[in-house]
Write a protein that binds this ligand. Sequence first.
Ligand code: ATP
Ligand code: MG
Length: 138
Amino acid sequence: MTEILEFNIKGGDFNQAGKASSKIKKQLIQLGVETATIKRIVVATYEAELNVVAHASSGKLTAVFEPDHIRITINDIGPGIENIDLAMEVGFSTATKTVREMGFGAGMGLPNIKKNTDELEIESTVNKGTTLSFRVNY
Ligand SMILES: Nc1ncnc2c1ncn2[C@@H]1O[C@H](COP(=O)(O)OP(=O)(O)OP(=O)(O)O)[C@@H](O)[C@H]1O
Ligand SMILES: [Mg+2]
């Protein structure tokens, strides 16, 4: 059976970051997904959620739970990503001073999402926004 969870994410709201990933984690535990797999999904989801908070204005996260995999899609309204290949590189970050002072902006999020997922797609339009979608098999 397919289940769907949706969350709104507010740009700049670091207190709310992690809400979607923790709800998704609870659902995965209920579904009996292996702990190591849950960890991969939670890391990827948290980094994607945080990227909306740190870099965009607002976003919507949709989690689709299928019998053998999860698909997470995050649509945001924001500045978009000019060069996706560059953004995927370890250490590349345009995070502001304020965001860095909060301990983010190491340029590790996207590489971590890539490492922890089985499929990753990013589409982005500068000055419009970004859609990031990934799949993790159970
Ligand atoms: N949703 C997004 N909207 C706009 N730009 C983004 C988005 N996600 C990522 N980026 C761009 O890609 C860069 C790299 O992202 P990545 O998550 O790897 O690092 P970071 O967010 O800067 O730092 P960290 O994730 O380590 O805290 C960001 O600095 C930003 O320029
Ligand atoms: Mg990040």
